[in-house]
Design a protein around this ligand. Sequence first.
Ligand code: CAA
Length: 697
Amino acid sequence: MSHSVSYGRDGDVGIVTVNNPPVNALSSHVRQGLTEAFAQAAADDTIATVLICEGRTFIAGADISEFGKPSSGPNFLETLGAIENLPKPVVAAIHGTALGGGLETALCCHYRVAVPSARVGLPEVHLGLLPGAGGTQRLPRLMGAQAALDAITNGTHIGAKAAHAQGVIDELVEEGRLREGAIAFARNIAARGAPLKRVRDLNDKVSGVDPRIFDVARAAARKSKRGFQAPLNCIACVEAACTLPFDEGMKRERELFNELVTGSQSAAQRHIFFAERAAAKVDDMPADVKPLAIRTVGVIGAGTMGGGIAMNFANVGIPVVLLEMEKAALDRGLAVIRGNYERTAKRGGMSIEQVEQRMALITPTLDYAALATVDLVIEAVYENMEVKKTVFTKLDQVAKPDAILASNTSTLDVDEIAAVTKRPHKVIGTHFFSPANVMKLLEIVRGAKTSHETLATTLAVCKAINKIGVVVGVCDGFVGNRMVHRYISQANYMLEEGALPHEVDDPVYELGFAMGPLTMSDLAGLDVGWRIRQGKGLPEKLPPGERYCEIADSLCELGRYGQKTGAGYYRYDAATRERQRDPEIEKLIVEHAKTKGITRRAIAPTEVVERLMYSLINEGAWILEEGIAQRASDIDVIYVYGYGVPSYLGGPMFYADQVGLDKVYARVCEFAKADPASWHPAPLLKKLAESGGKFNA
Ligand code: CAA
């Protein structure tokens, strides 16, 4: 029998045990093992069989790394058929997470018991897939069409208690006594001579369903999951469960699953799944480094960023000391935090008691001395080197010697900040994205002297507050903003060369981006970049041979800072915030080009997409070459979680691999020929293009 599945007995009950760490995924050897174990169970003179898993979880799904590769061993339907068709009761004993193919396996058992801490769900939609082993046909038969539709199209994890209430779990057993509980349940079922409850034979919850629920679900998915194919296929499958006999529904599920698993969206989303997990790994981290315990945190600055950062800790029960310099600013910051929580409570996202619990975890202060005992301090003050240095000098004096000092800088040199302290090994950058309580991404900026312990602790903190951390090196703008600088510059160059704002934005929006570069600039606030450019003495101090576009500066001079002033590259409706074209700006752009002696030309949407995407990709290649990012997939994670690139594109570097690096490089060279001041082809891109390589090999 396969090494990952064993068969044994507990008296008159057969026990099939899966042991495939870390998450008991249904790899081909597990499917093989299960098929063999259930054949043994069938031949054995037991009265029932329990299916249980070793380790931290029940089967957490198909082995995602096997998708897209030639299959071997029995397929899912053969394996699950062997379970479902066993002529004596089979009981799934669930702990941890029964997800995807794991829940589908449990649904082929005749009964399911679980410990209260277990969770179940069909999260395949997040991988650009649908539950392809009968989940779309069986789950609605147990919990009803609407509940299953919601669970499958959103990929929700459902707690065991709720799953019990919905009929998915038959019995909850005491925590820590799963095996005994499942065996007792199985014996009881067999002793009572209870019928084998095959979910496929249940039909009452899928007949008589109002067909309009599917149109409503489709409209919602098109809006909230714009461009994603998998949610629509999931809906079609649940619809099939309600309109077709079981076997035909299964056939439909298979067709729609195959369409997804062979498509580009799922390949990209699977890439992001593994990329996200790889991002937490630091190549040179010694195995014996242990993260420090972070029990309390200090945040300096109660503005938008500081307040959002503080909320992250309060949300997971970590006390925060929130420091401001003036009472009015502190009160304002606290009021914003409270307002955010109360809005969530109003929408049903938390109770009023929880609002108060979280507020109670935030201790406001005007006194640096209050930071003396915290384990980690995150500074979120004004983005200016001198201001940051003053804060760190002070912090170094008041914070306890082993406290970690982090800067929420988005561009500044973390090494220069660390140099004003006596503990540069304890200094690190934590670049949160706005709004910091919502955005999943955290760029963790590793300085030249940051210790492994500090880095490991920051990664652990990042996981504790449910963020996705990516370790990056020190350079102007780190990974995300350094690349976006090239991207926004191209957007502005295209304005002066012949495009209007919407002609720059719409093609990447159509590609799937949450918004185009100019809409993004309007949202972020044009004054931010303007101040940074002024600080650098631009355009007067522009290095020779560099290109500069003054349009954004002209907008700021007109007081058009973007959405917050109701106007930027576009005009914004005061009530709806909807973007509108603005003839005044379109005229300004045309005149600007005339002044600079540029003959405007029509720029095709394909060129717009190429210039925007390839400016990101080329800069990404430089970043990889310089070791600022550890791996190409880290850049993809940054762009998916921080910059609104849909996971179905897999991030810019994955996108480049799909296009073909030879094609990307050839176009970059053409652009560089036409505009050598703004394009500098990256040697790594050239090397990979010439060798037929990929960024994500
Ligand atoms: N296949 C292969 N590897 C998997 C995996 C899977 N289904 N699920 C997790 N892993 C791997 C991770 O890549 C990670 O590997 P490394 O340690 O090498 O990085 C390791 O298992 C641990 O995973 P996490 O770091 O995510 O651990 P966690 O404890 O934070 O979370 C989990 C555990 C909730 C199970 C989470 O891993 C998860 O959500 N996994 C995916 C579940 C899923 O999507 N299942 C459906 C698969 S598709 C399917 O089943 C199709 C079908 O219908 C047949």
